[in-house]
Design a protein around this ligand. Sequence first.
Ligand code: GCO
Ligand code: MG
Length: 403
Amino acid sequence: MSTIEKAEVLVTSPGRNYVTLRITTSDGVTGLGDATLNGRELSVASYLRDHLVPLLIGRDPARIEDTWQYLYKGAYWRRGPVTMTAIAAVDTALWDIKGKVAGLPVYELLGGRSRDGVLVYAHASGGDVPALLDDVARLREEGYEAIRAQTAVPGVPGTYGVHSGAGIYEPARTSLPEEQAWSTEAYLDHAPTYLEAVREKFGFGFHLLHDVHHRLTPIEAARFGRAVEPLRLFWMEDPTPAEDQEAFRLIRQHTTTPIAVGENLTSIWDVQHLITERLIDYVRTTVVHAGGITHLRRIFDLAHLYGVRTGSHGAGDLSPVTQAAAVHVDLAVPNFGIQEHMGHTPHTADVFRSDVSYADGMLHPSDAPGLGVEYDDEAAARFPYEPRYLPVARRLDGSVHDW
Ligand code: GCO
Ligand code: MG
């Protein structure tokens, strides 16, 4: 029997920090799993190195479900981003190995293709409305059929979601948390107007998305959703803090704007009521933060039962290993909705050689066995870890707000 011989925790920072788990079997097969938790990277590295790696050595790499249950139930301390990201890394690496051993891409192991490619949405943003419109034009020219739009809010420095000009939005820019300002009033006045400007200029022939990033109360979110109904958004994302599942009932009672939630939720228990009570339209849980391919598929199957579609998180702080795993899952599940595609810093491709390709608004995996990503140790060594934090938001009176 093949056994797990080695499990290495690899940390690199090719423009931003990534933690990767590489498992090697006694037959010399390797598998990769993303273990990146933005701003708290080293806690997952330690969870893996200090607590999970010793449990993996000697185990049968083929027993993916059993390993998942062993790590989840065996910890006693359940759920939470650190635990679920660490378990995800192990799970993803084992699926990669299973694919390589079988000589099949992972999506074949998940039941095969349900579609030809994976519809993605890209990020458009700008310091003001003309800059946003230029960015939307650029993405439409690149063939994107779905675009998320954000701009700075006048009078509120450091608005969420606006890239610095290089095309890739990266919130974790500083070695201590940056403080950003927030005004609900200014946002609610401004956001509907620029979303309307996008529709006025580019029409309705593509999907328009918007991320509220947990900033509103339920009744404010209801008002926002109702205000933008004529713009027919694909979704409004994270209108209120996601941990309060009950809040979505109130939003739902007032607006037909579709709702997407789940990028910072980590288990099926955290989305149970959102799904079974049909309080959302899209579930945004991901491979890396929600327990790997095994657990994500369980969430997506529950969602399928209740008419909720998938819309996985895919920001740049999720490594190309997660991106590849997401594309394999997205290709296979019946209730796929859309996949976020934010892109990575240029040096990321030096470290992670990924077979995933973009064409005409869609991502495609290759037919390589496993996930189709290789890790270059030499390149990784050129980019040592640097502490980076996500920002903190304060209201104009100085009190801390949800970021
Ligand atoms: C998104 C997200 C990101 C997160 C980031 C946190 O929709 O892509 O909201 O921008 O803020 O991934 O690490
Ligand atoms: Mg988001």
